[in-house]
Design a protein around this ligand. Structure first.
Ligand code: ATP
Length: 133
């Protein structure tokens, strides 16, 4: 069974480096399932979980934006932030969610603050989902 090397890198360092069978990411154009031998591409990522499948095990990471670069034998994810479930501070994410929801109620929809709060809420919800895994 062919595998590919996956590297998840953030400004703070490498969060994941290993060989997997399949990577699932949410690109801004939609869900992307990447198998070894995939055609090369570069795509911007949404704030979402990334799934890394190896045999019967699946690792999950919370990834906050950035880019995925696919090559036939290698996938690189350059993310603004990425966390493993065990590294997620659930209370912090709950607090960030609460703040973002409060701001969404106050800000007008076309306001820059509204968009920032929407993104902050998405980061918090992704972290809470991944932490439950
Ligand atoms: P907060 O408002 O709690 O800082 P945020 O979404 O604004 O959340 P980011 O800007 O995405 O935070 O991340 C800043 C740094 O803090 C990154 O290194 C990220 O991995 C880390 N981080 C953010 N939230 C959490 C969390 N709940 N648990 C662990 N690390 C976190």
């Amino acid at each position: 069974m062919p595998t590919m090397n996956v590297n998840v890198v953030t400004p703070d360092g490498t969060v994941f480096d290993g060989d997997v069978d399949m990577v699932s990411v949410r690109a801004q154009s939609g869900e992307l399932g990447i198998l070894p031998g995939h055609i090369p591409l570069v795509a911007p990522l949404s704030v979402e979980s990334v799934r890394l499948k190896k045999g019967s095990a699946t690792d999950i990471l919370a990834v906050s934006g950035g880019f995925v670069e696919v090559r036939p034998d290698r996938v690189t994810i350059l993310a603004e932030a990425a966390e493993k479930p065990e590294d997620i501070d659930v209370e912090r994410a709950q607090e960030a969610k609460r703040r973002a929801e409060e701001r969404l109620q106050r800000a007008k929809q076309d306001d820059i603050d509204f968009k920032r709060a929407q993104l902050a809420l998405r980061r918090a919800n992704t972290r809470l989902k991944v932490a439950k895994n």
